[in-house]
Every structure is written in C-alpha cells, then in structure tokens.
Design a protein around this ligand. Sequence first.
Ligand SMILES: Nc1ncnc2c1ncn2[C@@H]1O[C@H](COP(=O)(O)OP(=O)(O)O)[C@@H](O)[C@H]1O
Ligand SMILES: [Mg+2]
Length: 365
Amino acid sequence: MAGIVVNKVADRINCKSLSGNFFPEDHIKSLMFKLVKQDGNFVYKGAWGDIHPTFGVNVSDIAGRRLQDIFSEEVVRQKLPFYEKCWEGEEVKYSGMLEQFSFLVFLVPVKDNGCVTEISGTVMDITNLKKNEDKLFNSEKLALVGQLAAGIAHEIRNPLTSLMGFTKILLELNKDQQLTGQYLGIMQSELERIRNIVNEYMQLAKPQIVAGEWESVCLELLIRDVLRLEETQALMKSIEFDVHIEAGMPPIRGKANKLKQVFINLIQNAIESMERGTIKITLSRYQEEMVKVSIADKGCGIPEEKLSNLFTPFYTTKANGTGLGLSVCKKIIDDHQGRIEIRSMENGGTIASVMLPIQHDNEQS
Ligand SMILES: Nc1ncnc2c1ncn2[C@@H]1O[C@H](COP(=O)(O)OP(=O)(O)O)[C@@H](O)[C@H]1O
Ligand SMILES: [Mg+2]
C-alpha cells in the first residue's frame, strides 16, 4: 500500500473506516502487498505496483520491513486493528487519507488448513470517486433545501401580501398623523425587506438557470446595487466599503439576480466577521477571459482546518447561521462556469474571490 512506501510522509496518513484521501491520481491506480505476522510483528513480504516519486521509496525496499519500521507510531496505532482483525481470519476493508488523495484498502487472509499464514492487501486510489460522491451529496442536500425554502417562502408570501396591502391603506389614512404615519412607513419598508428575502429564497428552489434567463450583466452596477442594500447593516457596525473598480470592465453573461445573491452572501459574511473597519471590494480583469470580484475583510478569519468545510451545505460556525450562503454561492458560480475561492487566516481576515468568464461579442443578448 502507498503508506508502506511513504516512510515519514506516513505521519500525515489518517486511516479510518471507509473515508479518506491518498495517492496522486495521475500516478497510482492500485497496489498489492503481502505481509505476515512474525514474533508479534507485522512484516511486509513485498509490494507490487507503482508509486508516486513524492513518497521517495521504491516498492522493492519493503520486503522484510516491519510495520513500525515504516510508519509513525500514530499511523501504526491506526492500522494495527485492521491488520489484527485480518490475521484473525476476517476480510477487512478500510480507507485512509493523505492530503487531497483518497485510498481504499482491502485485506484478505490467506489460510492454510484454516490457519492464517499471510495477509494479501490491495490499495485502490479512489480520489476521483470520492470527489464525485461528495459533489453529489452536496447537490442533493441543496436541492432538498431549495424545495423546503420554496415551500416555506410560498406560505409566507400570501399573508405578507395582505399585510403589505393593509399597511399601505393605513398609511394613506394616517398620513397626516405624524407619529403613526412614521411608524407605518417603517412597517412598510420592513415588510418590503421580508418580501425581498422571501423572493430570494424562492429563487433557491430553481435548480438550474434556464437558457432564456441569461443576460448581459454589468458587474459594476450590480455590485453598487448590492452595496446599497448592505449599507445600513454595515453602518450599524461602523463598517465602510472601500470600492475599487478597474476602468472599462467588460460585461459578463449571467443571471443578474443569482449573481446578486452571491455578492449579498459574501458581503454579509464579511460584515458578520468584523465589528468595525473597512471591507475592500475590488472588480478587475482576471487572466485573458475573466473578471474577478474580491471581497476582503479584516474580520475573525477562518482556521485552516475549517476551510475545507465552507462549501458544505449547513456548515456554519454562527449561532444564527444557516450554513447555506457559501454552498448556494458555489452552485450559482458553477452554473456560470466561474470559480469561487476563499482565502483566510485566523484573526487575519478573509478574501472571497469570484472569477467569471467575460461575455463574447457573439453572446450578446
Ligand atoms: N468572511 C468570513 N469571515 C470569517 N468566516 C467566514 C467568512 N465567510 C464564511 N465564513 C465561515 O464559513 C461559514 C459558512 O458560511 P455560510 O455558508 O455563508 O453560512 P453562514 O453565514 O450562515 O454561517 C460561516 O459560518 C463562517 O464560519
Ligand atoms: Mg453566510
């Protein structure tokens, strides 16, 4: 197995029952190995297959080496129960991880007269398989959320419409009464806010952007619109927006409402991450064919070990968070053939970047 030839890289291997990461996918597809138990130690008889040079050891170096000669104490502790179980006569399946690679291991006991004399192992690279599985799992969760959100939003919309209607009538009847008029005005604008949120949620339910809804989008205008929406919230926390827009930005092809939702989510995350200060918003060209929007805050940042969870639906570290913002953003940006990246440092702030392809002349709508 790959871990066998990894030597000290093995420190980073993390084995557990059926989940994990391993081999450079362009290099190893499977590897076989054999081992026996001698004087209470597991000793490798050999390994056959190809292994990435990163790991630095040739498979031919394995014969005669003990488990603990190759792996760190921690990794030996993780592997031992699987090996012991197999030595007792059971077939064992487990998976492990190393950085972004996933591997699956099968251990089969070889018996002579009912007695285990050898373990035969196979390691398979399942990196791609796992990536696809995670993607599928996330998109199913999102679809479910979309349906739920649409159901709830629909139920809210009807009473909301009548509340808005009656508020409007009351406002007209009371416009001469200073205080009542003022309160009703606030009620009206707050109800409008609820309606907008409900409408946003209902959009979540549409799983795909249909072809007819694509339009030419000026990101500068769209971002300025979003900033206007977020202004009050920012002001309440003494947060300012520092906006930098490169001159002559080309339009992109997309769905303005969906993109708005992306930037609202990203700016809201930035606002929620800090108590005061400046959020820097930059719109610029990126590589030949793309534009890039970055939202940089100086907030609490994200610890490194949490970065991989950000796009998982329902992942949140906030008491009142939904954990849906970033996964919805990712879905929308994927639909636009773009890319979204979050770079962050704990206590050092976060930069969320969205890259989108520019519109070509023949795509004008
Ligand atoms: N700008 C940011 N600064 C710090 N943490 C962030 C930022 N953006 C996202 N996060 C982290 O990612 C998590 C998921 O974000 P999101 O999907 O928008 O859900 P929610 O905001 O409802 O928690 C947040 O709970 C937070 O831990
Ligand atoms: Mg959020």
